[in-house]
Write a protein that binds this ligand. Sequence first.
Ligand SMILES: O=P(O)(O)OC[C@H]1O[C@](O)(CO)[C@@H](O)[C@@H]1O
Length: 330
Amino acid sequence: MEKTREEYTKSINEGVAQREAVEKAVAEIYKKGCKNVFLVGCGGSLAVMSPMRYFIEKYSELPVYEFNSNEFVHMKPRQFCSESMFITSSYTGTTPETVAAAQYAKETGAHIIAFTGNLESPLAQTADYSFSCGSKLIIMYQIIFYMLRLHGDFDQYEEMQDILSKIADEMYDAKLAAEDKAKEFAKTYKDEKFFFVTGSGAGYGECYTYGNCILEEMQWIYAHPVHAGEFFHGAFEMLTEESPIIVLQGEDATRPLSDRVLSFAKRYTKKIIHVDTAEYADQMPSVKGIFREVFTPFMLTEILAVYSYELSVIRNHPLKTRRYMFKVEY
Ligand SMILES: O=P(O)(O)OC[C@H]1O[C@](O)(CO)[C@@H](O)[C@@H]1O
């Protein structure tokens, strides 16, 4: 395991402990107006907000838009205005297009709330409110679900906070339970040259992250992250008995989409890697009822982190290895 229980729980609980400050920031922004919500970022930092779009769309009538930072800057969407809530995430806080997007948001008069790993970064200096901890998702949960509560769309907010206060330990138990499967995955598939990755709904962001950021960026293995619904409208033509397919399955409303991928894939390939949050229910007794859906993105992210780590170890290719990123002009 990449982190000890103490290191892991500290990094998660550091985010949970910021509850009051996050609520204060969200309440101040909400008071000034929240006509719509914009989720803006790049790569893994954009994908981490994708489940939040799912939850806003599911629970609220508030319009929500998800944008790559550079597209946001160049397109300047018409719906974006001084009463928009601009939520952004950048681990480094220096990704130029994300900083530019925040600067544009500021010029427009919108209120900016940011996750960043560096509170001294240009992004943090541009944002009205910035938060930092070891988990982007934990901060996003607190921002989005408090906003939904203020908007009268989510009555179970206190229950969610109660679960958050226990989640680090339970999640670590689930990560331990995933370790053998992750080691087996790494041993079996370490030499593969290509992976399909499918996911949907609250789990789609993690599907994108796994293909684009983990397999391609961090392991230099070709991957196609494809929406489980869209798989049948193109990509499945490329599936052969030689194709490994990683099927990410959560416990959200779109679970049947992954059942369909699984039943098709079982007919044409033996190389199926099925990662299902439902298999970790015993380790996470606090996460019950509607919260199986709410915490689907968190559980998928944390379980897959075990898979990524084991793959990087067996391939002797650390997850921080880069050819171009942060090294050359781009
Ligand atoms: O804006 P951030 O979060 O610092 O992103 C920098 C890089 O980190 C990643 O999210 C993951 O390494 C990339 O996709 C992205 O280019």
